[in-house]
Write a protein that binds this ligand. Structure first.
Ligand code: PEP
Length: 250
């Protein structure tokens, strides 16, 4: 089973936070299999969180990687470095990185190649703005993001896509579950028909996932899991969401 539930901690955390989070998570998670769970802490805490969850097969990943392997690029971290720390995945092209750090689809494509070259599973984030959604442009926007990002990376051995409508992130709003399901179906069709050499493992949904909406989301056939921001900062809530997933899909 691929990575299905990923906690994106963004710019949050501390050693104390990691320890408390794990205590709450392990107290409340009632599954036996941990291997479909992922945590993307701030990269500086990768080693610490690995020590805190030692003995459990939760995957650890980064929230970003650089588009180069090494060189004069102050402040960056590479796919080979996170591999060296034992990471198995990296979030790539999150809308916050696109917006705040001017990441383009072309740059994201280079990061996908870096991940693939270092056996890191990329979680490619795509999503439309509120305006694009309201003008019924969602499909075109998503297709363009996929085609431009995968254009030069058309032989990835594995890929996870996270559909994250920008307007749903941190807002408490989500598309309805049936709409999400049909968008995921469209994403799978686009990747499989245009990039048959890419091993698309799954399509996750991200944007205001919480305990209340988890059951209806995970009940959708084409929703293979979730990328979770705000609700993942609470170890108990992340565990309870994982319990819902465990019951419906594992
Ligand atoms: C995210 O930013 O990846 C995300 C899904 O955030 P939230 O769950 O807080 O909407």
């Amino acid at each position: 089973m691929s990575i299905c539930l990923v906690a994106n901690w963004k710019l949050n955390g501390s050693k104390e936070f990691n320890t408390q989070w794990a205590l709450e998570f392990f107290k409340n998670f009632n599954g036996k299999n941990f291997s479909y769970l992922g945590i993307a802490p701030p990269s500086i805490y990768i080693d610490h969180i690995k020590a805190v969850i030692a003995g459990h097969e939760i995957m650890i990943g980064s929230q970003n990687i650089d588009l180069e392997q090494s060189g004069a690029r102050t402040g960056e971290i590479s796919a080979s470095m996170i591999k060296d720390l034992g990471c198995s995945f990296s979030i790539i092209g999150h809308s916050e990185r696109r917006l705040l750090f001017q990441e383009t689809n072309q740059m994201i494509g280079q990061k996908l190649i870096q991940a693939n070259n270092n056996s890191i599973i990329p979680i490619l984030c795509i999503g439309e703005s509120a305006e694009e959604n309201q003008s019924n442009n969602t499909h075109n926007v998503l297709e363009q993001q996929i085609v431009e990002a995968l254009g030069n990376a058309n032989k990835l051995s594995s890929l996870i896509i996270a559909y994250e409508p920008i307007w749903a992130i941190g807002s408490g709003k989500t598309p309805n579950p049936e709409q999400i399901n049909s968008i995921h179906e469209m994403i799978k069709d686009v990747v499989q028909s245009r990039f048959p050499k890419i091993g698309l493992e799954s399509v996750l949904y991200g944007g205001s996932v919480n305990l209340e909406n988890a059951t209806s989301l995970f009940g959708q056939k084409n929703v293979d899991g979730a990328l979770i921001g705000g609700a993942s900062l609470d170890g108990r809530e992340f565990a309870l969401i994982a319990n819902v997933f465990n019951e419906l899909r594992v």
